[in-house]
Design a protein around this ligand. Structure first.
Ligand code: PMP
Ligand code: GLU
Length: 397
């Protein structure tokens, strides 16, 4: 069948694709340790699961208003007030089917053809594709590993043109795990206000932080910046609710109304019993601290193991559950006569010959890197790193 022309300009999500490939190979009898998971391995806390069961049994199984029911909007507003000290009205909240869906609605509501949208690179795989799908143009600004993957503000200033419509921010960042400094957030916010550029702040990993890191949200910088910002968050990562598909955005009423219009013609409301469970979730985050401690331990194990390999450099991130090591020292080397040409060929060879599955950096706009999720047990991480080290020992020039 002849597909729409827009299908030529964007790709399937690489993170989803690689996770699926490893699951398929393992179902055929392989024993590949997946470092591709973009989701916590911990289960949804019991009190949230029970709240969903209760909601179903009470008969909360019908449509709700498109943007979510009153209870979840109120819970999100109160939660944001508590965590960020910032107040929103109910017509500034829309709950969607995951933060990915929130971001999709935003791009459809805001971007026209020829608009330019600034994305910090390395970036999460869906940003450029959603921008392209809206007909706009992604423009990349570099975040160098040497600077802890902080955005290069001079590069940002150079890339701004009269066509720049928005800047997408993601701190803590997927794939680098970087938490942007307050100074960087302030500088970006200043530029946005001065040049009338919309800030889209994806804060989905805001609670997954270590070593005392405290990500600053641009909306905390006062009303001028708040007016200019669309804040995106969700339940997937903090609450281990990836499969429940619940995310939300907070933005001025005009943007929110436009998003509601799009959602009313596409998915309608987010899943009703899950909305009721999410209200309960936001009341109690006491389950999170031991999980963060576990993530931190695993992060330390994987960073140490990666840095012990010749030709590999890995920074220690303070957020999310990914590390993004540089494998430049391995490019051009061979294993069993096969050359490592780039991050994709390295990832493929690691699946084939070492039975471990990270995601190639190219998917995130950063060649020569690999993304390792550490949302898997310490035992699996240690075994995976043993396999990586055995692979390294077989590399030849
Ligand atoms: N933003 C980032 C940076 C992510 O890593 C993810 C994970 N998929 C999302 C948004 C979307 O999350 P979800 O749709 O599960 O809420
Ligand atoms: N955000 C996760 C990841 O980057 C989940 C997969 C996806 O939504 O792309 O792996």
């Amino acid at each position: 069948m002849k597909l729409a022309r827009r299908m030529d300009s964007f790709e399937e999500s690489a993170t989803m694709e690689i996770g699926g490939k490893i699951t398929r190979l393992n179902a055929q009898g392989r024993d590949i340790i997946s470092f591709a998971a973009g989701e916590p391995d911990f289960d949804t806390p019991d009190f949230i699961k029970q709240a969903a069961v209760n909601a179903i049994n009470k008969g909360f199984n019908k449509y709700t208003p498109v943007a979510g029911n009153d209870a979840i909007k109120t819970a999100i507003i109160e939660f944001t007030q508590k965590t960020l000290g910032v107040t929103y009205a109910k017509n500034e909240v829309i709950v969607s089917l995951g933060a990915k869906h929130s971001l999709y609605n935003i791009s459809q509501a805001l971007f026209d053809e020829w608009d330019e949208v600034i994305i910090f690179s390395p970036y999460w795989v869906s940003y450029p594709n959603q921008v392209l799908l809206a007909g706009a143009k992604p423009v990349f600004v570099n975040c160098d590993a040497k600077n802890g993957f902080m955005p290069d503000i001079d590069d940002l200033k150079k890339k701004i043109t009269p066509a720049t419509k928005a800047i997408i921010l993601n701190s803590p960042c997927n794939p680098t795990g970087a938490v942007y400094s307050n100074e960087i957030i302030r500088k970006i916010a200043e530029i946005a206000v001065e040049d009338d550029i919309i800030l889209i702040s994806d804060e989905i990993y805001d609670a997954i932080v270590y070593d005392g890191a405290r990500p600053l949200s641009p909306v905390q910088l006062g009303d001028d910046v708040k007016k200019q910002t669309i804040l995106v968050n969700g339940f997937s990562k903090t609450f281990s609710m990836t499969g429940w598909r619940l995310g939300y955005s907070l933005a001025s009423a005009d943007v929110t109304t436009a998003m509601v219009k799009i959602q009313s013609q596409s998915t309608s409301n987010p899943v009703t019993p899950m909305q009721y469970a999410a209200v309960e979730a936001l009341k109690d985050l006491s389950f999170l601290a031991p999980r963060l401690e576990e993530f931190r331990k695993r992060r330390d194990v994987i960073v140490k193991a990666l840095n012990s390999l010749d030709g590999v450099k890995c920074t220690t991130p303070t957020g999310a559950f990914y590390v993004f090591p540089d494998f430049s020292g391995w490019i051009g080397k061979k294993i069993d006569g096969e050359e490592i040409k780039d991050s994709a060929s390295l990832a493929n060879l690691l699946i084939e010959k070492a039975e471990i599955g990270p995601v190639p950096g190219a998917a995130f706009g950063a060649e020569n890197h690999l993304r390792f999720s550490y949302a898997l047990s310490e035992k699996q991480i240690t075994e995976g790193m043993r396999r990586l080290s055995a692979f390294a020992a077989k590399l030849t020039d």
